[in-house]
Design a protein around this ligand. Structure first.
Ligand SMILES: [Zn+2]
Length: 115
């Protein structure tokens, strides 16, 4: 279950981003962007996140997850399109020299502290 490692990582980053000098900081909301092909099971991630944040300023954080579509670029004809399945072939020129522009990211978009 690699979601545990991801949860640990994002919590680590979130904790590091809390400005110093705030007494009893509480993170209200955390916005994540996760690519459709990042192989992240959202329910698992939420479950692991709940374990990792125990006794941290993120204990009551609401996790908002935005799914990022998979965008592919064809290096041969420069066509760009969105894919839903992992079979990659350019629909224009049928080339296979392709580049994935997005869809694998696991990014923290923003972290909102409670007042
Ligand atoms: Zn092409």
């Amino acid at each position: 279950m690699h979601e545990l490692g991801i949860a640990e990582k994002i919590v680590e980053i979130a904790l590091a981003s809390i400005p110093e000098g705030i007494e009893n900081p509480k993170v209200e909301r955390m916005n994540l962007r996760i690519g459709k092909f990042a192989s992240v099971v959202e329910d698992s991630l939420r479950f692991c996140f709940g374990i990792v944040v125990k006794d941290t300023p993120l204990a009551e954080t609401e996790l908002i997850i935005e799914n990022v579509p998979v965008l592919v670029h064809c290096n041969k004809c420069n066509f760009e399109w969105e894919v839903d399945d992992p079979i990659f072939k350019c629909p224009e020129c049928h080339g296979t020299d392709l580049e994935m522009l997005s869809g694998r990211e696991i990014d923290i978009d923003s972290i909102e502290l409670a007042d």
